[in-house]
Design a protein around this ligand. Structure first.
Ligand code: AHM
Ligand code: MG
Length: 338
């Protein structure tokens, strides 16, 4: 019986297509894989911690959750620091970027932006969470401490991006600009195996994913698009199906496999939406485009937005291309009043 190839084998086989320093990017992806396995191990035990917590004080669940956020952050930082491929890292969990300036990082070319544990409010109810990562080549001079501008690059400059989804099975999905491939973790062996080669998102899609509880705060165009999704019209397969987990990685992953649109619009509660451009939207936008989909802020391609700050938020419309175009059409038809 022919076995699936492992992530390690796949990275080596495909590194000829990497744009720059090939060995280093391969090693960096291997470091992310290792940190992901460690985080996976901890998340798998989260339920146990919560059972113990529930027997004691009420707020222990909240604390345990916070601990996992910090733990995931620490695991990625320490794993990436131990090897020499990156010169700096920025994370949802830290206000400023950190500089790696030990000897082994002196000629490192890459920086990483990361959301170490996205959707972490779902951990205590055993719903899928994820890690999102984005990799750039630094733009400042090698050998010197990495600067903020190395992180504030538009998404179209990413050299690789991906996510781990800690779900019913754990998967690592990534792109280096030559399509999207997904690897499923076999915990018995401790390896990721290629399970979904060359993923493509359906052009049309049938699922819309949005937190409808925020309806009153949404721009009119988004409200009208939701209404359109709910109307009866067999010729366009409507009404569509509504699915919202509240965990970006899990919602994105399902829509990538089944076809759909994920929306987090702006609203009065969140003037620019909730999601962060650099370590949530950009990596997902790169992945969806590589799978044949689209991602925009409702008007502009996400990957072309010039970032102004590390934790910048943007509205996010992402998924099957025809669905994203339809939502954009509604936003044009009902321009914002503000
Ligand atoms: P987080 O990075 O603090 O976990 O927040 C991001 C998460 C996404 O995973 C998810 O899609 C979104 O927040 C859900 O937000 P809401 O509960 O407002 O629908
Ligand atoms: Mg997040």
């Amino acid at each position: 019986m022919e076995r699936h190839i492992t992530l390690g084998e796949f990275i080596i086989q495909n590194q000829k297509d990497f744009p720059y320093a090939k060995g280093e990017l391969s090693a960096l992806l291997s470091s992310i894989r290792l940190a992901g396995k460690m985080v996976n191990q901890e998340i798998n035990k989260a339920g146990l911690a919560n059972i113990i917590g529930a027997a004691g004080e009420e707020n222990v669940q909240g604390e345990a959750q916070q601990k996992l956020d910090v733990l995931a952050n620490d695991m990625f930082i320490s794993t990436l620091r131990k090897r020499g491929e990156i010169c700096g890292l920025a994370s949802e969990e830290m206000e400023d970027h950190i500089v790696f300036d030990d000897e082994i990082h002196s000629d490192s070319k890459y920086v990483v932006l990361i959301d170490p544990l996205d959707g972490s409010s779902n951990i205590d109810v055993n719903v899928s969470v994820g890690t999102i990562f984005s990799i750039y080549r630094r733009v400042t001079k090698e050998g010197e401490p990495v600067q903020l501008e190395d992180f504030l690059q538009p998404g179209n400059k990413q050299v690789a991006a991906g996510y781990l989804v800690y779900g019913t099975s754990t998967m690592l999905v990534y792109t280096t600009g030559n399509g999207v491939n997904a690897f499923t973790y076999d915990p018995g062996i401790g390896s990721f195996f290629l399970s979904h080669p060359n993923m493509r998102v359906s052009e049309k899609g049938k699922i819309y994913s949005i937190n409808e509880g925020n309806y009153v705060h949404m721009p009119e165009g988004v409200k009208q698009y939701i209404k359109w999704c709910q109307e009866l019209d067999p010729s366009t397969n409507r009404p569509l199906t509504s699915r919202y987990i509240g965990s970006l990685v899990a919602d994105f992953h399902r829509n990538l496999l089944k076809g759909g649109i994920y929306i987090y619009p702006k609203g009065t509660k969140a003037p620019n939406g909730k999601l962060r451009l650099l370590y949530e939207c950009n990596p997902m936008a790169y992945l969806i485009e590589q799978a044949g989909g689209k991602a925009s802020d409702g008007h502009t391609r996400i990957l072309d937005i010039e970032p102004k700050e590390l934790h910048q938020r943007v509205p996010f419309f992402c998924g099957s291309p025809i669905m994203v175009e339809k939502a954009e059409e509604f936003l044009r038809r009902y321009p914002d009043q503000d």
